[in-house]
Design a protein around this ligand. Structure first.
Ligand SMILES: [Zn+2]
Ligand SMILES: [Zn+2]
Length: 173
């Protein structure tokens, strides 16, 4: 396992609705996780927010649970993690709103255009970054798919990535 696993582990717990307990069965794992140094800009559709990542980023985490599908309007959320010291708002932080479910699951988005926005995890140390708002290539790959047990009939997983029916048991708290 790569050094980024701690960051991905934090994302697991906060981006996904707890599903029915059935043991977090692991079906495949490639071990391609790693950390990459990048300098990349991200922004929303209306230009209301812009941010910069300058530092290490994790590989990409995708969750196919029903909450992430609705929150993104897609087959799965796609996010990476970066440390607080590597993330900087360039503008528009005040334009961001959030929505919280009773479970504590929360998502952030631009109040004007609805683009999913970066969100600082409650520990104050890690930002989760929606891949779709990056304007450049962070040079990382999808490392894992979770909640593949809930995958849409029309969707598929990335070749070579790890797949878990629910949680990745190595990252459960
Ligand atoms: Zn999810
Ligand atoms: Zn916007």
């Amino acid at each position: 396992m790569g050094p980024n696993c701690g960051m991905l582990g934090i994302l697991h717990g906060l981006h996904c609705a707890p599903g029915p307990e059935s043991g977090g069965q692991k079906s495949r794992e490639s071990g391609n996780q790693g950390e990459v140094m990048v300098a990349v800009i991200g922004s929303c559709l209306c230009g209301g927010f812009r941010f910069e990542i300058d530092g290490k980023v994790s590989d990409i985490h995708r969750c196919h649970c029903s909450v992430c599908r609705k929150a993104t309007g897609a087959g799965a959320i796609a996010i990476l993690a970066t440390a607080a010291k590597s993330f900087k708002w360039l503008c528009g932080e005040e334009s961001i709103r959030s929505f919280r479910r009773p479970s504590g699951w929360e998502t952030a988005f631009c109040a004007n255009c609805g683009t999913p926005a970066p969100r600082l995890q409650p520990n104050g140390k890690i930002w989760s970054i929606p891949m779709g708002c990056l304007d450049g290539d962070p040079g990382v790959q999808v490392a894992e798919h979770i909640f593949v047990g809930s995958i849409a009939s029309w969707d598929s997983v990335s070749p070579g990535a790890a797949e878990y029916r629910e949680w990745n048991p190595e990252n459960e708290q």
